[in-house]
Design a protein around this ligand. Structure first.
Ligand SMILES: NC(=O)c1ccc[n+]([C@@H]2O[C@H](COP(=O)([O-])OP(=O)(O)OC[C@H]3O[C@@H](n4cnc5c(N)ncnc54)[C@H](OP(=O)(O)O)[C@@H]3O)[C@@H](O)[C@H]2O)c1
Length: 268
C-alpha cells in the first residue's frame, strides 16, 4: 500500500488525482495541501464517503502530522520547490507535476535528491499522447537540425512557457542543439519576437481566450516541413493515469528522473 499526499489535492488537476488515488486498490490518500480548504475533510468535499482525509495549509505541518511515502506536487511554481525540498529532506519520494519550475530549479532539486538519497520523478505532462509526442519529436530532431516550439494556452495560465514546452525543449536540446541561421546579434528589429531561448531551443508562447493547451514541435528542411502537434481537452482526466503510474514507479529507483517515459517500457 503506497501512502500518498497531494499538495494541491483540491485543485483542477489535483482533485481528479485525489479521487483516483482514493479509489486505487494499492494506494492510500493520507492528506492534501490547500490554503483555502485547510482544516476541512477532503472526503466530504469530494463526496468520497465517510473517510477522513485531512487538508493542511503548510507542507511542514503536514510532514509532522501525517504519514506518507510519496508527495505529489501539484500547486504553483511559487511554493512547489519549498514543498519538494521539505519532503525530500524527510525521506519522502516526490512526483512533480507542477509546471513553471526553471532549469536551475531542477538542478537544485536534483542536488537535494542526491544528497538525501531520495527518489524524484518530474513530469511536465502526464498524458500518454504527450509522452508520445515527446518521443516522436526526439526522433525527428535526430534527422532534422532545424526546429522550434509553439506553446498555446488559455489567457490566464500564469506559467510561460508551459511545463510541457519546457520539458520538450530540454529533451530536444539533449538530442542536439538546433541550427541557428541568424544569431541574436545579427537580428534586426524586435529580438523578443524570436521567442525565448530554452537550452538553445526557441519557444514561442501564445496565451489567448478560446485556447485550451496545445503544443507544436515544428521541424523545417529545405522545401519540406514537419509539424507534431498535441491538443489537450478540457478535463484533467488524461493526466490521472500517468500520475498514478508515476506514484507507483517513483519508489522503485534512487535519484532524479525527468519525463514519464523514463519509467515506462515504451516500444518504439
Ligand atoms: N504535469 C502535468 O501533466 C500537469 C497537468 C495539469 C496541471 N499541471 C500543473 O499543475 C499545477 C496545478 O494546476 P491546476 O490547474 O490544478 O491548478 P489549480 O486548480 O489552481 O490548483 C492549485 C492547487 O494548489 C493549491 N495551492 C496553490 N498555492 C498553494 C500554496 N501556496 N500552499 C498550499 N496550496 C496551494 C490550491 O489550493 P489553494 O488555492 O486553496 O491553496 C489548489 O489545490 C500547475 O502548475 C499546472 O500547470 C501539470
Amino acid at each position: 500500500m503506497i501512502k500518498v499526499f497531494i499538495a494541491g489535492g483540491t485543485g483542477w488537476a489535483g482533485s481528479e488525482l485525489s479521487k483516483a488515488v482514493f479509489k486505487h486498490p494499492n494506494m492510500r490518500l493520507t492528506g492534501v495541501l490547500s490554503r483555502t480548504h485547510a482544516g476541512k475533510n477532503l472526503a466530504e468535499m469530494l463526496d468520497l464517503g465517510t473517510a477522513h482525509i485531512p487538508i493542511f495549509d503548510h507542507m511542514e505541518t503536514a510532514l509532522q502530522e501525517v504519514e506518507f511515502d510519496v508527495l505529489v506536487e501539484y500547486t504553483t511554481p511559487a511554493v512547489a520547490k519549498i514543498n519538494i525540498t521539505a519532503a525530500i529532506k524527510k525521506g519522502k519520494s516526490v512526483v512533480i507535476g507542477t509546471s513553471g519550475l526553471i532549469a536551475d530549479d531542477y538542478v537544485e532539486i536534483e542536488k537535494a535528491t542526491d544528497e538525501n538519497n531520495a527518489s524524484v520523478l518530474a513530469v511536465g505532462n502526464f498524458a500518454i499522447t504527450v509522452v508520445l509526442l515527446q518521443k516522436f519529436a526526439e526522433i525527428a530532431a535526430n534527422y532534422i537540425p532545424n526546429f522550434e516550439i509553439l506553446d498555446y494556452a488559455h489567457e490566464d495560465k500564469i506559467d510561460s512557457p508551459s511545463g510541457t514546452a519546457r520539458e520538450l525543449a530540454h529533451r530536444l536540446s539533449t538530442q542536439r542543439r538546433p541550427n541557428v541561421h541568424v544569431s541574436e546579434d545579427e537580428l534586426v528589429g524586435e529580438k523578443a519576437s524570436r521567442g525565448a531561448d530554452l537550452e538553445g531551443v526557441q519557444v514561442h508562447s501564445i496565451r489567448l481566450p478560446g485556447h485550451v493547451i496545445s503544443i507544436e514541435a515544428i521541424f523545417g528542411l529545405k522545401d519540406e516541413k514537419l509539424t507534431l502537434r498535441h491538443d489537450s481537452g478540457t478535463s484533467a482526466e488524461p493526466y490521472v493515469k500517468g500520475a498514478l503510474l508515476a506514484i507507483e514507479k517513483v519508489g522503485t529507483f534512487k535519484g532524479f528522473k525527468r519525463g514519464l517515459d523514463s519509467v515506462m517500457d515504451l516500444k518504439l
